[in-house]
Design a protein around this ligand. Sequence first.
Ligand code: B1M
Length: 211
Amino acid sequence: MSTIQEISAAIENGKAKLIEGLVQDALDAGVNPNSILDEGMIAAMGIIGAKFQANEVFVPEMLVAAKTMKKGVEILRPYLKSGSLGKLGKYIIGTVAGDLHDIGKNLVALMIESSGFEVIDLGVDVPAEKFVEALNEHPDCKIIGASALLTTTMDALKNTVDAIHAAGYKDKVKIMVGGAPVTAEFAGQIGADAYTPDAGSAASKAVELVS
Ligand code: B1M
């Protein structure tokens, strides 16, 4: 089994005690951090998701896999960072109301921070009003990022965009949306300024939006 396959298997099987050592070993052996993330970790979450859909695993297994992935990402974090902190301004991010998924949102936050923004992370299950409150607190913020992982919370993305526009920020702040069920078409329909499919493209788009 390759190192990346071992990392993937450890996440799939929720081996939280093994993951840090495996990731560190892979890094020490010169494996590219982005390959560890994409081919090892994110791929494992895809497998877990498919197994959940097929009733082969249940919520507790998804939870343990998620915790294992988070521990692994902490080891990777310094290797994924590069840019100088905050030089591009503030970026507020959160997972929308009713949605507890945060691994993708955390990766987007990490990449955005790494590309030079100061990230203000509101966490998960964030009501639309809380995004607006955060903008009121940080009027110099240039971009808001909202994540949704459930088809049932896509409406909350729309509510978030509506609330930000209704509060008078339409021409002052750009809104980026993303998450597995979200599409560019949906983003356009709800009036968001940008959709990106993954964390890397979210970071490039954020830089483009303030350039
Ligand atoms: Co949940 N879950 N889950 N879950 N879970 C999914 C999303 C699901 C697809 C699984 C499945 O059925 N195959 C399914 C949703 C189906 C649907 O709506 N279409 C599902 C379900 C049904 C549920 C529950 C309802 C289960 C239940 O209770 N019966 C429940 C809902 C809870 C809630 O939120 N209210 C639930 C709960 C959970 C756990 C808490 C157990 C756990 C989350 C733990 C955590 O996040 N801390 C969990 C997990 C782990 C998953 C899967 C397996 C993995 C999610 C993940 O972390 N992926 C997931 C299946 C899957 O994704 N294949 C699933 C890895 C992550 C890196 O990818 O988050 O997609 P992702 O992020 C990507 C891109 O989407 C994008 O960039 C990221 C990195 O490249 N991106 C953005 C994300 N946000 C972005 C924002 C941007 C731009 C890009 O701009 C701002």
